[in-house]
Ligand binder design. Structure first.
Ligand SMILES: C[S@@+](CC[C@H](N)C(=O)[O-])C[C@H]1O[C@@H](n2cnc3c(N)ncnc32)[C@H](O)[C@@H]1O
Length: 493
């Protein structure tokens, strides 16, 4: 028997009001972000920070999604306890835990957002059990309110200015200031010439200058790294650990789009983000290399003209934890101290290897090493461990931004050259070291190195780069060297 044809609109349009639909949609978007964040946190391999996931183009309702994800994470331990006590989830809903967490947040702590949708209906049927579970949690923890349970709100009082780096490949600083001043208060940063400072909370994510790559929402510390390196127009520069590419495209702008930048990145997913950043910037002198920086052979002719290296390796991110909201993640609970110290040690081992490797590129005369960590083990200790090697190659520690007050921890002679930013005073923790040497290319006399020193250097290099092993490793990887001279793909308006 055929049913009569219905002219009714699809169920979503039929049943839900606009407010209901947008609340339902925001919860699904938030659940997707939360799933990625929790998975990355569980594997200790975050693909991106909460903020960058929320501000990716695929998320439509950014404000609501961001608020929901942060609030749910803040309440997550309570929500998990409540769900365990209420014991209402069957296997179907257990497979959708991130969405369940988000809806539970809305039911237990939310501000009356309309609750429609299958998962919402299911949980609303068990609302009493959830509320009684919450009451049990409070009694067990001997507190009277959820606020008391959570302690001070970590998200209040954010007073960090909004920094904006002008992409001088596309627009000059004065013109950007003029454009932004139409709607915002704008000042020039006193340290980095192409950086602008705006009041905290200035929301520029949807601004046309951001969308067309004329400005980048890049923090002050991050913008100081390429500026500290001071690459010259026409140089060849290697960005050793480059994705998502903010510093890479800053290098391109400082080099006025001339010369060449090799942007190396190990992680396939992050290579895609690197490529998006490069396209957005309009830089056409960047070659992307998908591979391991440690696997590059410094003696390979492809690197013979590399004069500067920017090394911003993976680090603990301890200086930007509050900024990235990582302190909300389950892995940041107190019982993870042991894991943290092991991880710091592993990171430091990699950082030392990478810095030593950077020092071994023959024509390199400037190397900047940076981390967004506050830990000495990732900062001063890494630098001091490579100093003898650096000295043997003719490098010295230079002083980036000499007017900057906060310098390295006084743990070795020369640490006053290092630059630190403080998470409280400067609103983010950061570290920069700059190595320089006078290059033979500029100073022919410097080629007259005493033969004894040359022999010593050759000996050191032959120990580090085994003549049989290294060429093989490079050959194995050079197949994936993607030399792509890029054209801007985003339309400029
Ligand atoms: C701190 S992030 C770099 C941020 C980047 N400089 C920016 O400002 O946009 C470190 C990057 O190094 C990459 N990485 C880690 N180990 C690497 C290796 N051995 N070779 C190349 N890249 C590596 C990570 O995948 C990550 O994308």
């Amino acid at each position: 028997m055929t049913r009569p044809k219905s002219n009714a609109p699809p169920p979503s349009k039929q049943k839900f009001s606009g407010a209901e639909r947008s609340a339902l949609f925001a919860r699904r978007e938030a659940a997707n972000v939360l799933r990625t964040v929790l998975r990355g946190d569980a594997n200790r391999r975050a693909v991106a920070s909460i903020k960058s996931l929320v501000f990716s183009p695929s998320v439509r309702n950014k404000r609501a999604t961001f608020a929901l994800v942060c609030e749910t994470l803040k309440h997550l331990s309570v929500i998990k306890d409540v769900l365990e006590i209420a014991n209402v989830l069957n296997s179907k809903w257990k497979r959708q835990e991130p969405l369940i967490y988000i809806i539970c947040y809305d039911i237990l702590f939310g501000k009356d957002s309309p609750l429609v949708g299958d998962a919402e209906n299911f949980l609303m049927r068990h609302k009493d059990a959830l509320l009684s579970g919450l009451a049990t949690v409070l009694v067990r923890k001997k507190v009277e309110s959820v606020d008391e349970l959570l302690g001070v709100s970590q998200l209040k009082g954010q007073s960090k200015p909004r920094y904006v780096r002008v992409n001088t490949l596309k627009m000059d600083v004065d013109s950007v200031v003029q454009e932004l001043e139409k709607h915002y208060k704008v000042q020039r940063d006193e340290t980095v010439p192409d950086l602008l400072v705006m009041p905290p909370g200035s929301d520029l994510h949807a601004h046309h200058l951001v969308k067309n790559g004329r400005i980048f929402l890049q923090g002050k510390a991050s913008s100081m790294v390429a500026a500290a390196l001071q690459p010259e127009a026409g140089w060849e520069v290697l960005d050793a650990c480059s994705a998502p590419g903010n510093k890479t495209v800053h290098l391109a702008a400082l080099m006025k789009g001339q010369g060449k930048i090799i942007a190396c990145e190990l992680n396939q997913e992050r290579v895609k983000r690197l490529e998006q950043t490069i396209n957005l910037s309009g830089a056409t002198n960047i070659e992307v290399f998908h591979g391991d920086f440690l696997g590059l052979n410094p003696k390979d002719p492809s690197f013979a003209k590399v004069r500067a290296i920017l090394l911003d390796p993976s680090c603990s991110g301890s200086g930007t934890i509050t900024d990235r909201l990582d302190h909300l993640l389950p892995s940041h609970s107190a019982d993870n101290m042991n894991y943290d110290s092991m991880r710091l040690h592993q990171l430091a081992v990699f950082q030392k290897k990478a810095l030593a490797h950077a020092l071994s590129f023959p024509q390199v005369e400037r190397i900047v090493y940076s981390t967004c960590s506050i830990h000495q083990i990732e900062n001063e200790d890494v630098v001091s461990s490579v100093l003898p090697l650096a000295t043997s190659f003719g490098f010295k520690l230079a002083t980036p931004f000499p007017q900057w007050q906060r310098r390295g921890l006084p743990v070795f002679a020369g640490s006053e050259h290092l630059l630190r930013m403080d998470p409280v005073e400067d609103k983010e923790g950061f570290f920069i070291a700059l190595f320089t040497k006078t290059n033979k290319l500029d100073n022919p006399k410097s080629s007259e190195i005493p033969e004894r020193e040359c022999r010593q250097r050759r000996k050191q290099r032959s120990i580090r780069f085994h003549p049989f092993l290294w060429p093989k490793m490079f050959r194995a990887r050079s197949g994936i060297l993607q030399a792509r001279r890029r054209k801007p793909t985003l339309e400029e308006d």
